[in-house]
Design a protein around this ligand. Structure first.
Ligand SMILES: Cc1ncc(COP(=O)(O)O)c(C=O)c1O
Length: 397
């Protein structure tokens, strides 16, 4: 049984803050700053360029990738870290389309994170082969998977509402129709149980700065199904994905397996921070995490609904259809979130009217849930949000 009071002690949470924003940026894990300092002084400082070999910097992206693989139901050797999620989605979709050269439709949904759609459009435009990015409502995806579809391209958990697609069912449906499945796990990795091997999805990618607590700008990860890893064509054919980067051949030859999804120089210090952040997961069973996430989310919904009349639940009521966040709609949502933050309860706001609360059981407990609901209740009851200063929009919401 996972000990969540022990995991909580492994984070440095900001003083006086109830932090329900781990779905945006996870807090600082104990040991991460020390690990970064060690890499900077003990490796970079002491070894300079020799660090690439002596400190294992070059292998770190696949070694750390294996640690993430365990959390997303993937086998070792299938996942590599580096670059950003934007890049990884581009790369995964490009590889998916190359596997279905005669099909011309990329199917996604209107709840997808807009950036994934921007990246897809950019790719399709660059390819110039007449591909269509077809968007349907999230609940209409299954029925829209026809034999025109080359790639199903979805975000598993909706960033605004927390609505969760049935990954196994949709992937199976895609395969029946002869399509390839590409999943964005930004709000899934470290948040819900994911079984990539079990559902046989071809590609997945995610970020590590949310529930995996890798820090601002932490590298993304990409997964390729093992039977395809030696076949996929890397659209971003960078030298570190080359079979032999230091041969400096004029021709590109893709590396073995997941190595070919590497692009350029890895962000060594960020990878080391992520590595330290992943230590906490060694003692965590994903099934326990999910059970606790559901219990805390149910409690939060009940406590908020008992106190806050003007809010409506934007997340699915059925926990089986929800990721690890709870969202409410409120017309003055932006101002309400600012007022809440001013009182030490940190969630965030997503346009047009969503108050978003991340439920990260590694460091959030019942007392935080109760306190957050009570504070939200009083912010609304006293109209504490109704001040000009809370309506001013500046910086990152
Ligand atoms: C679902 C989803 N995809 C992609 C991204 C963006 O990725 P990047 O790390 O490249 O900014 C985010 C950022 O929050 C996200 O929520």
């Amino acid at each position: 049984m996972t000990d969540f009071s022990a995991t909580r002690a492994r984070f440095r949470l900001p003083e006086g803050v109830t932090y329900l924003d781990g779905n945006s940026l996870g807090p600082l894990p104990v040991g991460a700053a020390e690990r970064a300092a060690e890499v900077i002084a003990g490796e970079w400082g002491a070894m300079a360029v020799a660090g690439w070999t002596r400190a294992g910097w070059m292998e770190a992206p696949t070694r750390v990738g294996d640690r993430i693989a365990r959390l997303i139901g993937a086998a070792p050797g299938t996942t590599v870290v580096g670059d950003t999620l934007s890049t990884r989605m581009y790369q995964a979709l490009a590889a998916a389309l190359a596997l279905r050269p005669r099909r011309r439709v990329v199917l996604s949904d209107t709840g997808n994170f807009p950036n994934d759609l921007y990246m897809a459009r950019g790719l399709l435009q660059t390819m110039g082969q007449g591909h269509e990015l077809r968007l349907v409502a999230p609940e209409a995806v299954a029925a829209a998977i026809t034999d025109e579809v080359a790639a199903l391209y979805l975000t598993h958990v909706d960033y605004r509402t927390g609505r969760m697609h049935d990954m196994a069912r949709l992937t199976a449906r895609a395969h029946e129709a002869g399509a390839v499945a590409v999943w964005d796990l930004a709000h899934s990795a470290g948040a819900v149980a994911v079984d990539l091997a079990g559902c046989e999805a071809e590609f997945a990618a995610g970020c590590t700065y949310k529930y995996l607590n890798g820090g601002p700008g932490a590298p993304a990860f990409v997964y390729v199904r093992p039977d395809l890893a030696d076949r996929v064509r890397p659209a971003l054919s960078g030298w570190l994905g080359h079979e032999s980067p230091f041969a400096f051949d004029l021709d590109y030859r893709p590396g073995r397996g997941i190595e070919r999804m590497r692009v350029g120089t890895p962000p060594v210090i960020q990878v080391a921070i992520l590595d330290a952040a992943l230590d906490v997961w060694e003692d965590v069973a994903i099934a326990d995490l999910r059970a606790r996430s559901i219990a805390l989310s149910e409690r939060f919904i009940a406590e908020v609904e008992a106190r806050c009349e003007g809010l409506t639940l934007a997340s699915p009521r059925d926990p089986a259809e929800r990721g690890s966040q709870v969202s409410f709609r409120f017309a003055e949502g932006f101002a309400a979130m600012q007022a809440l933050i001013a009182q030490g309860v940190v969630g965030d706001f997503r346009a047009p009217d969503i108050l978003r609360f991340g439920i990260a059981p590694l460091f959030i407990g019942e007392a935080d849930i109760r306190h957050a609901a009570e504070t939200l209740g009083s912010v609304l009851a006293e109209r504490a949000w109704d001040r000009a200063e809370y309506r001013q929009r500046a910086g990152v919401p």
